[in-house]
Design a protein around this ligand. Sequence first.
Ligand code: 5AD
Length: 343
Amino acid sequence: MNKEDILYWLKDASESELDLLWQKAHEETVEYAGNEVHLRGLIEISNHCKRGCTYCGINRSMKKLKRYRMSADEIMSCAYNALELGYGTVVMQAGEDAGVKKEFIEDIIKRIKDETGLAVTLSLGMRPEDELTAWKNAGADRYLLRFETSDRQLFDTIHPEPGKDLPSRLELLRSMKSMGYETGSGVMIGIPGQSWSSVADDILMFRELDLDMIGLGPYLPHPETELGHMDAEMHKADEIKSDELTVCRVLALARIVCPWANIPATTALEVQSGTAGRSHGLMRGANVIMPNLTPAEYRVLYDIYPHKGDCMDPVLFDKYIKELIASLDKKPGQGKGGRNRVI
Ligand code: 5AD
């Protein structure tokens, strides 16, 4: 697909034509991932953040937010929960927190690998290369770092930080690949000021980066953030929408351009559109779910967008999601569930 084709399916194709897009995306999903849906246990290990991303509810200027950092034992207890529920991977995510030290993560990766054998994904922001290398050597398998938008100007507007521009993030993603990480990235859809054309470029960027994992969801305004306030002022005439159908179009196109990728039906999609959002996601290109295993007391503080922490407790969610997976004639994935190949 070239940019023109992508833009057509993104913006112009009518709802009745979209069945073709869903069908193609689902065919590719089945060809590469079968009918398995991999479950990755998400552990939000710290909500401290030194960055000022204007859309994010845990950015450094959220002075009222109570901050936490989980202990190694607390993290291990979540990893054991993942193991018991039959998941193949844990994802450790945090704000960009210098208080989460290189050695702490090295030790916890080793413990998780030794004691549980689970695959380990990290999502800890833009960290120095020596730390990324140390964590790879300790046994980490994958790293997630969204580029959020491929529009340089919009990127700079929502990440007002000198030296932390889009090219440096893309370069870091490329370094992660060369270090041997399975590398994931992605975007938000419907950021104020985001054009249809830039999202078509985002999709082409997924392919250019040869991503192993792609995470995308709607932008959900957080009322306490700068962008959440300014919302109305920034709108452009050709701005992309953030509704469920638009997000599904992006998801399906991501699957078609990178059929090998692991793509979650994200929590943001479910927060926006409920169970229908998740099941549409799983039938339109997604093959991964990331159940939240963060202890309830911390989950509510990992407030990147409204209602993020409202999700069910792990055991209840597990039952709910496995029923949903079965209702779609799919089954929970076995094993670590790395990058897919034609099966
Ligand atoms: N709405 C939707 N997604 C958000 N994220 C951060 N803030 C928001 C928001 N307000 C996403 C970003 C980030 C990921 C962890 O959460 O894409 O990379």
